[in-house]
Design a protein around this ligand. Structure first.
Ligand code: DGJ
Length: 328
């Protein structure tokens, strides 16, 4: 009888310890972003926000990107430290609109429109396995954490539209950049005031240059853009360019990082504005084209030298300090 009681006690104490252990794993905040690792959210699940973008809304940073599990297309995570991310929901699913039932959504980016008070998402909409559909698509929501309303897909000014990004300038003007003409050209479009359409085709950048994965940021008087070459899911040498105006002239392309961009492809440049400085975090996807859900992320500080030169070096882990603006 006493033996049985002892066994029971042992069984329950093991159960309780296991419970405490798993709760601790799920709730213990991470102190750094470990580059290329199994990046998990606050519930311990792998983060699925590939080809994603970031924005600040209220007291949170949001990370929105491709999910691609079953019926899910775009997912949303939020964070107060850019290290620990809480899953907040799916913004677009195959059920959001009949046009999405068989679609592939890539590189979703979201910006906020102050005039309409709406969050606007632009993305690459694809239904062909050879990427020949090549359209831009737009969705909208009043609440960044709630499902978006899918509006349409189209080709801006009749141009193919594949890898893309959105950029909102300090004056509220927004731009959509996307790879056109079988990825030969990188287009820059100005958006309408409500951000729901393209208003003007501003530029055809580096015609024949074969650039993908655009990421754009403004620092001081200059706009910087990082793009990759076009090698499918395999990484290649990223290049950057700069300009004093989005309308150009843009500089020639200069190599940045190593020959594989540390096994990544650009998706976003995230400014971290603190009370000491503003730093810039390069965010790249480490794609696994054969096993898409093994794709990982890397976050690396961009080091600016003077006004127009920028470098990218490897770090095993990073810890953005939102207070100072430094990246440790
Ligand atoms: C690289 C692109 O940047 C990705 O978004 C995706 O389109 C793959 N190519 C597909 O090969």
């Amino acid at each position: 009888m006493r033996k049985q009681l002892k066994l029971r006690l042992l069984f329950f104490s093991i159960l309780i310890s296991l419970g405490i252990y798993f709760c601790a794993i799920a709730q213990n905040p991470q102190k750094t972003i470990v580059n290329g690792g199994n990046y998990t959210d606050t519930s311990g699940k792998i983060i699925n926000a590939h080809g994603g973008g970031f924005l600040k809304a209220g007291k949170y940073y949001y990370w929105i990107g491709e999910n691609r599990h079953d019926q899910v297309l775009v997912s949303c995570y939020r964070s107060t430290d850019l290290i620990n991310w809480e899953f907040r929901g799916d913004l677009l699913t195959r059920q959001s609109n009949p046009e999405l039932v068989n679609a592939n959504i890539e590189r979703p980016k979201v910006i906020y429109n102050e005039k309409t008070k709406k969050f606007v998402m632009w993305m690459h909409y694809e239904i062909s396995s050879d990427y020949s559909y090549a359209r831009a698509a737009v969705a909208v929501s009043d609440d960044i954490e709630k499902p978006f309303k899918y509006l349409k897909s189209f080709r801006p000014f009749g141009n193919m539209s594949r890898d893309c990004t959105l950029f909102k300038d300090t004056d509220g003007t927004a731009y959509f950049l996307s790879a056109a003409r079988e990825n030969y050209d990188m287009m820059v479009y100005k958006l309408t005031d409500d951000y729901l359409d393209t208003k003007e085709h501003l530029l055809t950048l580096w015609p024949g240059g074969h650039r993908e994965a655009p990421a754009l940021v403004k620092r001081g008087d200059y706009y910087f853009m990082i793009t990759s070459g076009c090698t499918g899911w395999a990484p290649n040498q990223a290049k950057y360019a700069y300009a004093k105006s989005i309308r150009g002239p843009w500089s020639d392309l200069t190599d940045i990082g190593n020959s594989t961009t540390f096994d990544s492809q650009s998706t976003y440049i995230l400014p971290i504005e603190g009370n000491e400085t503003t730093s810039y975090l390069y965010v790249g996807d480490r794609w696994d084209g054969n096993h898409y859900f093994n794709s990982r992320y890397i976050f690396l500080p961009l080091t600016f030298k003077g006004e127009t030169s920028v470098e990218l070096s490897w770090k095993d882990s990073v810890a953005p300090d939102l207070k100072s603006g430094r990246i440790n």
